[in-house]
Unconditional design. Structure first.
Length: 148
């Protein structure tokens, strides 16, 4: 039998990047695990379920990495990292501490980028730090200006 790779993520990292690479990989894994646990504790509802799903995926990949190095394959790793980043995305609403109304300039006509927002602007307008996008073509929404 001729072996051309290690079939273990830690051993492959140790061989390719040395002890520094293993330490960095371990620190990233520990930081991600701690962040997922903190996220599970601080969130509720569907957001908590998403954190639990990411935590389950993380555990599965860690166990699988003991017998394979598939996480080094970019075609596979991209799905792992997307599923790990999804719970931390900025699109999740954060409860507002200050319930003051938005200034009048936020009421300006704006573009509905995905077709699911209302007259308030982008679909995410009003969530944490997502501004409303002013419409550069004000006549296009009224049907007076056709865009191709």
């Amino acid at each position: 039998m001729i072996a051309v790779e290690t079939h273990n993520l830690l051993l492959e990292t140790l061989y390719d990047q040395g002890i520094i690479g293993v330490i960095l990989l371990s620190l990233v894994a520990l930081a991600l695990f701690a962040s997922l646990i903190i996220g599970v504790r601080k969130t509720t509802g569907a957001h908590r379920l998403l954190f639990l799903t990411a935590l389950t995926i993380f555990g599965s990949v860690v166990l699988q990495s003991l017998a394979s190095n598939d996480l080094l394959n970019p075609a596979i790793a991209v799905y792992f990292w997307i599923s790990m980043a999804l719970p931390f995305a900025a699109c999740w609403p954060i409860p507002a501490r200050n319930t003051q109304e938005q200034p009048p300039e936020a009421e300006a006509e704006s573009i509905d980028l995905l077709g699911i927002g209302g007259s308030r602007g982008t679909p995410l307008a009003g969530f944490a730090g997502v501004p409303s996008v002013p419409n550069p073509f004000p006549l296009s929404q009224k049907g007076l200006l056709k865009m191709h």
